[in-house]
Write a protein that binds this ligand. Structure first.
Ligand SMILES: [Zn+2]
Ligand SMILES: [Zn+2]
Length: 381
């Protein structure tokens, strides 16, 4: 039986790598597209809020390549408005946040508690399909792909039920999108990947949506010294409000020297890189003490290479690791983080720079590229 489709307004990326400013080149086209109704194991979600993240920018710039066209957006919250056959994890009316890796539950990574590394989930993301292989968007007979199984820059989206994480009603949906990426990635890097210890020292390179959450997570974890590094004073100001004990503008002074100075010549226990620039990853690595741990989270292109002195790695036992989606188990970690927010211990208001409408998306992408905005959230009616 063929299912009827609906017409929805969505932001479609048809060509990557267009020139700046994006206010002129308009890489995202806001248009009506067809969306098929949910099939078995799928759910239709009415998007309430969707955040613009550097991973969206990486797709627009062509730094991360996907089959095009694609409906972008991977950080979102909304309301389940229809479920397909056999769906058991959600019902109509549920408030949900969307996970940007649908996990199969059966592969070796899912079985060993690492759903963000799920093989079929990551393969589907590379192919711009849902985890069951489906593409639900189309226009004039041409199929349009899904961004990370979510495609949130759309009034409605269809996702696998494996992408749904339930939210409590007390959580305002217009802020809840942040739990889909920025909060989970930042807190996860601190709590799952690094396991920051009380009393330790931390340096955070890059104070965007993820970096600011690394700072507040480090504060909650009990880090005694939290050094925020960025090139923009506005972001450093936010970092101070969220718990940074020291700030360094890396445009004005060498951040490695500054971190060493602040830590009495030692370096930090943990350095986090949340920019996606390999040179900054190298700075983060050099700013740690012996046995220090560097965690890299920023999105880079597959061609990027990090160059680090091997003696620092071996003779000084420093460690360098990556963190994807904060090494999170979304069904376990998101409710924990939502609870911390509801207790008033996580601040989202400083992370949200402004709310915009879908029609303002290219202007918002430009602001993301210049760095003048932290998180801009598209609010749907
Ligand atoms: Zn993201
Ligand atoms: Zn899996």
């Amino acid at each position: 039986m063929s299912r009827p489709s609906m017409s929805v307004r969505a932001a479609v990326l048809r060509q990557a790598g267009l020139p700046r400013p994006y206010t002129d080149s308009k890489p995202l086209s806001v248009e009506y597209v067809n969306l098929e109704r949910p099939g078995p194991g799928e759910a239709l979600v009415k998007i309430v809020s969707a955040g613009l993240c550097h991973s969206d920018l990486a797709a627009i710039e062509g730094v991360r390549r996907f089959p095009l066209p694609v409906v972008l957006g991977h950080e979102a919250a909304g309301i389940v408005s229809e479920v397909g056959e056999g769906v058991t994890s959600a019902k109509v009316g549920d408030h949900v946040v969307l996970s940007f890796v649908a996990s199969c539950g059966r592969c070796i990574y899912c079985q060993s508690g690492r759903p963000a590394l799920c093989d079929p989930g990551r393969q589907a993301n590379r192919n711009a399909t849902l985890i069951n292989g489906a593409k639900k968007f189309s226009k004039n007979g041409i199929v349009i792909g899904h961004h990370l199984g979510v495609s949130a820059f759309s009034e409605y989206t269809v996702v696998s039920e494996k992408s749904l994480i339930q939210l409590p009603r007390e959580l305002p949906l217009e802020k809840a999108a942040l739990f889909g990426c920025a909060v989970t990635t930042g807190f996860g890097a601190v709590m799952n990947t690094a396991r920051v210890r009380p009393g330790s020292s931390v340096a955070v390179f890059g104070c965007g949506g993820v970096g600011l959450n690394i700072i507040q997570a480090s504060r909650i974890a009990g880090a005694a010294t939290i050094i925020a590094v960025d090139v923009l004073d506005d972001k450093l100001e936010l970092a101070s409000r969220l718990g940074a004990t020291h700030i360094v503008n890396s445009k004005k002074s060498d951040p490695v020297d500054e971190v060493k100075k602040i830590t009495g010549g030692l370096g930090v226990d943990y350095a986090f890189e949340a920019v996606g620039i390999t040179g900054v990853m190298e700075q983060a690595f050099r700013s740690t003490k012996k046995q220090g741990l560097t965690v890299c989270l920023g999105m880079t292109s597959p061609e990027s290479r990090i160059v680090i002195p091997s003696t620092l790695l071996i003779d000084e036992e420093r460690q360098l690791v990556g963190s994807f989606m904060g090494s999170a188990v979304p069904v376990r970690d998101i409710p924990t983080l939502v609870n911390l927010y509801l207790q008033g211990r996580i601040n989202l208001d400083y992370i949200i720079s402004r709310y915009i409408s879908l029609d303002d998306i290219n202007e918002a992408v430009e602001k993301l590229a210049t760095g003048e905005a932290v998180r801009q959230i598209i609010k749907f009616k």
